[in-house]
Write a protein that binds this ligand. Structure first.
Ligand code: AMP
Length: 278
């Protein structure tokens, strides 16, 4: 149900608007925004409509929530830089992903193990997880308490000023696909988490095979193919340094800390991936 927020257009309050939809108990889609009070009802309606029109539907349950954000707890941040590596095949893409993870400080066996986990379906019975795996970057041990749900990064968005500006910049760079912007915002929040070493992601959408490796130094590094066309498996892995932060602090940051991005990073032109001996 969508609650109406009645507020003056001058009200500076921000609201977290979150939607998740399922079909007969199976997660279908989710999306979220952080918006001024005056836009909250409209955005909630738009997210609800998105759930109702979702490709894997019909949705049998849609939840939409609006939550006031305490300005004292809001964090403003800059988005990561964007680069793109072009690969000829998804196999080459997975090698590139392992290589970029190693450059970020993940041991090669841990990187390969994580790539294989996503390839095989990281949830119980080889299913796709609803959130991310959390992996100890030193040992490869999985740390998330619920291997079906994983951990979901939440409460992050672009400021109202940055959104239209960034949409134009991404479109001019040939990156207009909405998944790019959504993943960039998610990666931006994840990279600021305490103890975060790197993130690996490819979508579970069978029609979208581009994925990325992100790390705090190199930013959001797209890889043009990480799975065969038509593959429904995908997921996310957050690699963490357990000496830098407790699991409780990490999960609390990922799920609860509101982060609003008000500055963009640089965008580099795409380059062909050249495998190096690493
Ligand atoms: P997507 O890029 O939306 O296709 O998501 C790919 C995978 O990332 C999903 O199958 C989930 O396992 C995971 N995922 C999606 N959204 C989140 C999130 N907010 N936080 C953590 N993991 C997520």
């Amino acid at each position: 149900m969508v609650a109406m927020i009645i507020s003056s257009p001058m009200d500076p309050s921000l609201y977290s608007v979150r939607m998740r939809a399922s079909s007969h108990g199976q997660h279908l889609t989710g999306a979220e925004r952080i918006v001024p009070a005056a836009a909250a009802s409209e955005v909630a309606a738009a997210l609800t409509q998105r759930a109702m029109l979702c490709a894997g539907g019909p949705a049998t349950e849609v939840h939409c929530s609006l939550e006031w954000i305490d300005p004292a707890r809001l964090c403003n941040a800059r988005l990561p830089d964007i680069s793109t590596y072009q690969v000829d095949t998804w196999r080459e893409g997975r090698q590139a992903a392992s290589c970029l993870l190693v450059r970020a400080g993940v041991p090669v066996d841990v990187a390969r193990q994580a790539v294989n986990a996503l390839a095989e379906g990281a949830g119980p019975g080889g299913r796709v997880m609803r959130g991310a795996m959390i992996v100890d970057a030193a040992t490869g041990e999985r740390l998330e308490s619920d291997p079906a749900r994983g951990v979901r990064a939440s409460r992050m968005d672009l400021s109202a000023e940055l959104r239209p500006q960034l949409e134009r910049t991404l479109a001019a760079a040939g990156l207009a696909h909405p998944r790019v912007l959504e993943a960039l915002v998610l990666a931006g929040k994840v990279l600021q988490a305490p103890g975060m070493v790197a993130e690996l992601c490819w979508s579970d959408d069978p029609a979208y095979s581009t994925g990325y490796v992100a790390d705090p130094r190199s930013g959001y590094q797209r890889i043009t193919a990480l799975k065969p066309d038509g593959d429904w498996r995908g997921g996310r892995v957050f690699f963490v340094d357990t000496k830098m932060a407790s699991l409780t602090a990490l999960v609390d940051y990922l799920e609860c800390q509101a982060v609003l991005f008000n500055a963009a990073g640089a965008i580099s032109p795409p380059v062909k991936w050249i495998a190096a001996d690493e």
